[in-house]
Design a protein around this ligand. Structure first.
Ligand code: CA
Length: 639
């Protein structure tokens, strides 16, 4: 069907279903199956004992015709206790019958071949009834972004072999480097780092990893199959659909016990392929088409979903609320948010706000761009940087301008930025410190609560690798490493003390490397793993990050995210190449990215919080008349 039919008023009035009961709704007495399939001429549901025909003991149980009711919803009530029964739908549209899993599936068999009916109450781990959302004031938020597998796949994690790379690695409260009992790893490590939020790369069910075997390689998981089901390869038993649900909850509970909020990366903008539950259930509805009926490609995956169509918008809202309520997820990061429309994002924010007690404190942020143009319906506004002022309070966007100003562009690996030696970058840095975007973009937000500041994320090179690639050095290994550490520290200082919400890729604080690979999304575990032994080789830098986080937390003028707080930032024109200096209340910041130590009589009195890259939280050392800031370092003075 021509996709444009789906955005007509007639279609929306006739077929927008507002019920909250799509999918398989379980009770001990019966299960109600409901599918929204307005273009189907018939739908039936088939029940099986196992998640795939390849499994021993798999039996076909029965097939039931479903009945078409209001708004294009097909229904069938099947008597009996169906907990653990697997199912698929047969949907006939225009004479073609397709077998599909359930768009609204809550559980799935191995590799998403069949959906599963689940009694969710039995997936709750012991103590779950006492588990609560953990939230923080936005201004105290420190986000640490990690892939479930990378976190513990390496033997150095000290996690027991059967939990490595799995959700359950997060539950190991004795994890130390190779089990040495001294150097904490994984969640034990995070407890003392000072971060507040663990942001998990996609952890819903995705398609690129064969769940039936051990894999050499990981995948980042930006290829969604079942949005409301945890990924099977992160569970200890992907064949039983209940296990991954329980283990996911155990992970969340363990992070909550450690006082850490859990953010989930959600990728509603495209699916693994067009051979999806959506396309098989209502062909053409869930994806955008251009005027010729061709599926648009703003996701670079050939299938942009249509948040601007009513039933997919509802789906996104329902899905977010399901993760928040059923799994106690505390925040969401939207992949390619620029492919969603502002209205949908604002409705999601509004829905999350209604979660009792903590809804308003739950964090929402996204990538305010897309990989290309998409087929938005007329009147819809893409949720890009340009629309930052139209996005509701409580939706933040990644600032790629601070990322690129500080360390250089992600695409040209050899091109440096401010900390790694590019000249004339002082103005760019001064622009992004007060939550600003680059001048040429023309957006000057004055609301730091809407800005995520960062210099590294899973995409592209790690910060460390970017520094290596962009700096020519003939020095010995030791001299070179010392210099890279200084650059890394200066970059982190700028991020932590800029206006906005700090974010980092897991291990940035410990010189994480992917051996020069940038787009490592499907590469080996060895390349992607966090190497905890290597992290401890850079313990001094980890301590520096801890210090930065502690300082940020201590000083309201740094962490405050009000627009008014921007007025407290006053830049000093030093005229010294590579130097950026500013005051913020009773703090003076001097960043020196140049190759030379710089000295100046600043006419200020006070004590050093940071003296040329050395943090002293007690600020015990007095400032002399002449202040010297060593090459590639930051100094912060408390007056
Ligand atoms: Ca999967």
């Amino acid at each position: 069907m021509d996709g444009n039919v789906f955005v007509t008023k007639e279609f929306e009035e006739k077929y927008t279903y507002e019920g909250k009961d799509l999918g398989a709704v379980y009770s001990k007495e019966n299960t109600t199956f409901k599918v929204w399939a307005p273009t189907a001429s018939s739908v039936s549901v088939c029940l099986y004992t196992k998640g795939s025909s390849a499994e021993t003991g798999d039996k076909f149980i029965n097939e039931y015709e479903m009945t078409l009711g209001d708004k294009g919803v097909y229904t069938k009530v099947v008597d009996g206790d169906l907990d653990g029964v697997y199912y698929i739908y047969k949907v006939t549209v225009d004479g073609v019958t397709r077998e599909t899993c359930d768009v609204y599936a809550k559980a799935s068999g191995v590799n998403s071949l069949r959906s599963m009916v689940i009694d969710l109450s039995r997936t709750n781990p012991e103590g779950w009834e006492n588990d609560k959302h953990i939230t923080f004031p936005l201004e105290e938020t420190e986000i640490w972004e990690v892939h479930v597998g990378d976190f513990s796949n390496d033997i150095s994690s000290g996690i027991k072999p059967e939990h490595r790379g799995k959700f359950l690695a997060f539950t190991d409260d004795t994890s130390t480097l190779n089990g040495d009992g001294v150097h904490p790893t994984c969640v034990n490590y995070l407890k003392q780092l000072g971060i507040t939020h663990v942001h998990l790369l996609p952890s819903y069910d995705y398609g690129s990893i064969d769940e039936t075997k051990e894999n050499e390689n990981i995948n980042w998981g930006y290829d969604p199959v079942n949005y409301n089901v945890p990924e099977g390869s992160y569970s200890t038993n992907p064949f039983d659909g209940a296990v991954r649900i329980k283990e996911f909850k155990e992970m969340v509970m363990a992070l909550h016990k450690a006082g850490i909020s859990v953010v989930m990366d959600v990728v509603y903008n495209h699916t693994y392929s067009l051979d999806s539950v959506f396309e098989k259930t209502v062909p053409g509805y869930y994806y955008r088409q251009d005027e010729n009926g061709k599926y648009t490609d703003g996701s670079a995956c050939g299938n942009d979903t249509a948040s601007d169509r009513e039933m997919y918008r509802r789906y996104m809202i329902d899905s977010v609320m399901y993760w928040a309520n059923e799994y106690h997820i505390d925040g969401f990061r939207f992949d390619l948010m620029g492919l969603h429309d502002v209205e949908t994002m604002n409705q999601i924010r509004e829905a999350v706000n209604t979660i009792p007690e903590c809804g308003k404190e739950m964090i929402i942020y996204g990538e305010p761009w897309s990989a290309g143009p998409s087929g938005f319906r007329e009147g819809a506004t893409p949720a890009t940087k340009k629309a930052i002022n139209e996005l509701a309070e409580g939706i933040a966007v990644f600032n790629d301008d601070i990322r690129d100003a500080v360390k250089g562009p992600f695409c040209d690996l050899e091109v440096p930025g401010y900390v790694n030696g590019k000249e004339d970058m002082e103005n760019d840095v001064m622009q992004v410190i007060p939550a600003g975007f680059a001048e040429d973009f023309g957006v000057q937000p004055s609301n730091p609560s809407k800005v995520i500041n960062y210099v590294s994320a899973h995409d592209n090179s790690t910060l460390w690798d970017k520094l290596i690639d962009s700096v020519l050095m003939d020095d010995s290994y030791t001299v070179r490493n010392e210099r890279l550490v200084k650059m890394n520290k200066l970059a982190a200082t700028i991020v932590q003390f800029a206006k906005g919400i700090p974010f980092m890729q897991a291990g940035e604080e410990g010189a994480r490397t992917k051996f020069g690979e940038d787009n490592s999304y499907n590469m080996s575990k060895k390349i992607n793993n966090i190497d905890w032994a290597r992290m401890y080789e850079y313990e001094d830098m980890i301590d520096y990050y801890k210090g930065l986080i502690a300082i940020r937390k201590e000083y309201p003028q740094i962490k405050s995210l009000t627009s008014e707080s921007l007025d407290d930032i006053i830049f000093n024109e030093t005229g010294i190449p590579g130097v950026v200096a500013f005051e913020n209340g009773d703090l003076t910041f001097i960043y020196n990215a140049s190759d030379k130590d710089v000295s100046a009589d600043m006419h200020i009195h006070g004590k050093y919080l940071i003296d040329s890259g050395n943090i002293d939280l007690s600020a015990s050392k007095d400032v002399e008349d002449i202040i010297t800031v060593k090459s590639i370092s930051a100094t912060v003075i408390l007056s």
